[in-house]
Design a protein around this ligand. Sequence first.
Ligand code: AMP
Ligand code: MG
Length: 350
Amino acid sequence: MNDWAADRARAVLPSVLLSWLLALPLACSDSSHTTAEFFVFGTLVEVQLFDTDHDRAQGLFASLQEEFQRMHHQWHAWEPGELSRVNDAFRAGDSIETTPDIVELVRLSQHMEKRSGGRFNPAIGALISLWGFHTSEFPIFGPPPRDSDIESALKGNPSTLDIAINGRELHSANNSVQLDFGAIAKGYALDIAAEMILAADIEAAIVNAGGDMMTIGSLPGRPWKIAVRDPLGGLAGSIDIASGAAVFTSGNYQRFREHADERYPHIIDPRTGWPVQEIASVTVVADYGAVADAAATALMVTDSSEWLRIAENIGIEAFLVIDESGQIYASDTMSELFTPAEGRDYRLLD
Ligand code: AMP
Ligand code: MG
């Protein structure tokens, strides 16, 4: 999750204005596009609508604001809300009726967990909490958890596949399942936002959620150009998107624990209980935000020898990996979309 926009928001906006932003989108427009900014999911979300009239844009921004706030509160991984109610029920072994979108997030998660061979697994909320990653303030400091605590967090083998879905009712046969949708929620939220933008008859729009992007429709005569950050600083290159698609990046360079010159990034291998260190970032292009988001996280947890196999299992063709040394790798399909920055090169994966 790229949080440079949130950092920028914190740096330049006084807290009074920030709390006002929570209540109202900040809108501005010129002749070709109208923009609004929302502070949700711990990041700044910018929505740009092209060639639309003022009234339609304002109506849509108000609906998006309401919807973003609802999703933010209901899906929050550690603040009290709908998802914590669900997690409480799982812990107690109770069935619980919840919202259609939480049911859908569970369904999507089950699919992605299965396809990724458990590399993406949002049932490991207890482990993520043990590592101290249930916070918005990074970096965090202090030693990693004890081995024995990591082992006991893994002992129950939490998996979203333990969850039975019956209409709007969920029941987990495994009381170690604690949902944390941090690796998929933003993607699903942008899918919902894209649907709302399309339903408002907007023909071209782009949503930037702290560096994770959703493009809707296309611009006349030119592609959408999405910058890819180099985890070591500057730009790694850019990706051209012809029509609507999601471009999501997972990285280990912004959210981490630090102790004794060692960094423990926030993406955890659910099979070992330890953060992944070797990969700096993964960028995925897909039709849906939820898929791109979950896939980018899954590939962060994947050994280089298995990138192509796991991507194929998940149904991803276009992905880009930057390893800890700064080496860029691109899948065949990504190589058709990606232009490296000047002086940068990449290796083709085949
Ligand atoms: P992302 O930035 O999309 O890769 O999401 C990272 C967030 O997802 C972390 O902050 C955790 O809350 C959660 N998470 C960490 N590791 C995993 C994993 N292997 N599978 C699913 N969610 C994870
Ligand atoms: Mg993700």
